[in-house]
Design a protein around this ligand. Structure first.
Ligand code: SF4
Ligand code: SF4
Length: 224
C-alpha cells in the first residue's frame, strides 16, 4: 500500500470529495423543471404530434394524394385511400397515421410536395387508449387547429418543408414557391365550415321514385 492510499483510507478523502460535490450541486441552479406546471421552450424543428395543414382559404386539408409520404415512411404507419365523388373525381377518402409506430423521422413532412403535413411542436399527447393516438383525416386537422391556437403570429413555417442542406432548385415548384402558411381563417371562408367530400356508396343511393299510377275515373252506376 502506498502512502497516498494509506492517507486516503485513514481520512476518507474520496467520501469527503463526494460530499463536497453534493453540497456544491445543492447550491447551484437546478437543471430539472416541474413538468407539467413548467414547460421547456420548444425550438423550431421539434417533431411532435402529426397534423394536416388547414388551408386558410378553403378550410380543408391540402393533400393531393401523391402517396409520397406513404411510400417513404420507414415505419409504414401511414395509409391513404382515394375515393370517387359523384362526378367521378378523386378525393382523399381516408388518411390515417398510426402514431404509436411513428419514429418521428420527419421524412413524410420533407417529401410532401405541397407542404400538407407537419409534425407540430405539441408533444404532450400520451393516452391510455391506442385509439386516441391513431390520427385519421379529421383528427389530423383537429391537431392543426389545436396547435395553431397556441401560436401568437399569423403565419407558420416548418423548417422540414425545406430542410437544410437540400438544394432548393431540385425541389418541386410548389415547394420552391411555398411561403409561410396563414394560420388564421380568412374572413370569406371560416375554417371548419367547408364540408369534406363523401364517397358515393351504392347502398346509400336515394330510392327510385315510385311509378305514377294512373287514376281511373269511377264508374257511374245506373240508378233504376
Ligand atoms: S415521421 Fe417518419 S415514421 Fe413518422 S409517419 Fe412520418 S415518415 Fe413515418
Ligand atoms: S406526400 Fe403530401 S400530398 Fe402526398 S399523399 Fe402525403 S400528405 Fe398527401
Amino acid at each position: 500500500m502506498t502512502v497516498k492510499q494509506l492517507i486516503d483510507k485513514v481520512f476518507l478523502t474520496e467520501i469527503l470529495k463526494g460530499m463536497a460535490l453534493t453540497f456544491k450541486m445543492m447550491l447551484s441552479k437546478p437543471v430539472t423543471i416541474q413538468y407539467p406546471d413548467e414547460k421547456r421552450k420548444i425550438y423550431p424543428g421539434f417533431r411532435g404530434k402529426h397534423a394536416f395543414v388547414r388551408d386558410a382559404k378553403t378550410g380543408r386539408q391540402k393533400c393531393i394524394m401523391c402517396m409520397k409520404c406513404v411510400n417513404i415512411c420507414p415505419s409504414q404507419c401511414i395509409s391513404l385511400k382515394k375515393g370517387r365523388d359523384e362526378n367521378n373525381k378523386p378525393f382523399l377518402e381516408r388518411y390515417d397515421i398510426e402514431a404509436l409506430r411513428c419514429i418521428y423521422c420527419g421524412y413524410c413532412v420533407e417529401v410532401c410536395p405541397v407542404c400538407a403535413l407537419v409534425l407540430t411542436e405539441d408533444f404532450g399527447y400520451c393516452s391510455y387508449t391506442k385509439d386516441a393516438i391513431f390520427f385519421d383525416k379529421d383528427k389530423m386537422l383537429k391537431n392543426w387547429d389545436e396547435f395553431v391556437a397556441k401560436l401568437s403570429g399569423d403565419v407558420y413555417w416548418n423548417k422540414f418543408w425545406r430542410p437544410d442542406g437540400v438544394d432548393i432548385a431540385k425541389m418541386p415548384k410548389s415547394k420552391r414557391e411555398q411561403a409561410p402558411v396563414p394560420i388564421r381563417p380568412t374572413a370569406a371562408v371560416p375554417s371548419d365550415t367547408v364540408p369534406e367530400k363523401k364517397p358515393v356508396n351504392p347502398a346509400e343511393k336515394p330510392p327510385e321514385p315510385a311509378a305514377e299510377v294512373e287514376e281511373k275515373p269511377e264508374e257511374k252506376k245506373e240508378v233504376v
